[in-house]
Design a protein around this ligand. Structure first.
Ligand SMILES: [Zn+2]
Length: 267
């Protein structure tokens, strides 16, 4: 998401929005499409909180964008057809910034720029570990005392904003914590390991991303850069044990049964 924010900032910041249009799809289920189509002008700021991108223009217009599972912003020369393009911003430099989303899980809402940060969708989010790097203790406080499995708690955007399925699985593997452990069973050393794993994982993801557009691991032809995610039945890069797959609230969690034992180890 931070990649998407930076690219939008670069594209819109380097030019000016001269026109906007959008298809009638459920991407606009929470906001008026016509308000989006009125967007014009220079970028004032592109912010992000958790998985929400908040884009404000100098003219006072703005919009919120959530990529859902398959959405992305891409830039193309004017006139080039983009499959699954659901919304477009025409720029003065002759390019068009498209929101493409094959499965329509993402959403766009047009709001005045100065209202974006105050939206309930933004206000209800927990702390964002990229905006406020978390200590082990702060991470524990953010997730709160809960019996919910640690993986599920990590992905609850009201507790902690911005950690998706992949980064939650990767962080638990790095921290050697079983994804189904109740969150309130973690001891301080484990919270510290987990906080550090989240910091390293996010830093790694940002450093490794060299292209302008985000790629989803599920897309054909995309290499899997992750240590455990989507690697079930392959060998753990740390200990060689076969990675296992767990389903939690409908999402996949790949984990190493040896590095991430179900019960707390004495180590
Ligand atoms: Zn292992």
């Amino acid at each position: 998401m931070e990649i998407a924010r930076r690219t939008l900032e670069r594209w819109l910041g380097g030019s000016e929005v001269t026109g906007a249009e959008a298809e009638r799809t459920r991407v606009f289920r929470n906001g008026r499409r016509s308000d989006f189509e009125r967007l014009r002008g220079r970028l004032a700021r592109a912010e992000r909180h958790g998985k929400l991108l908040l884009v404000g223009l100098e003219s006072g217009g703005g919009f919120l964008s959530h990529l859902g599972m398959t959405g992305k912003w891409v830039r193309r020369p004017a006139g080039e057809a983009v499959p699954y393009s659901r919304a477009r911003l025409q720029l003065a430099d002759g390019t068009v910034v498209h929101y493409r989303d094959p499965r329509l899980f993402g959403r766009i809402e047009a709001h005045p720029a100065d209202a974006l940060q105050g939206l309930p969708a933004v206000q209800e989010l927990g702390p964002d570990p990229l905006l406020t790097p978390l200590s082990g203790r702060a991470l524990r406080d953010a997730l709160g005392p809960t019996r919910v499995p640690i993986k599920v708690a990590l992905m609850d955007q009201r507790r902690l904003a911005g950690l998706g399925n992949i980064h939650a699985a990767e962080a638990l593997w790095r921290a050697k914590i079983h994804p189904a452990r109740p969150a309130d069973s973690l001891v301080p050393a484990e919270w510290n390991r987990l906080a550090s794993a989240i910091r390293r994982g996010l830093a790694y993801a940002l450093a490794a991303e060299d292209s302008e557009e985000i790629a989803y691991v599920e897309e054909p032809g995309t290499e899997n850069p992750f240590r455990v995610y989507a690697r079930a039945s392959e060998r753990c890069p740390r200990c060689g044990t076969r990675i296992r797959l767990l389903r939690q609230t409908g999402r996949r969690t790949d984990f190493c049964p040896r590095c991430q034992p179900a019960r707390r180890s004495k180590r």
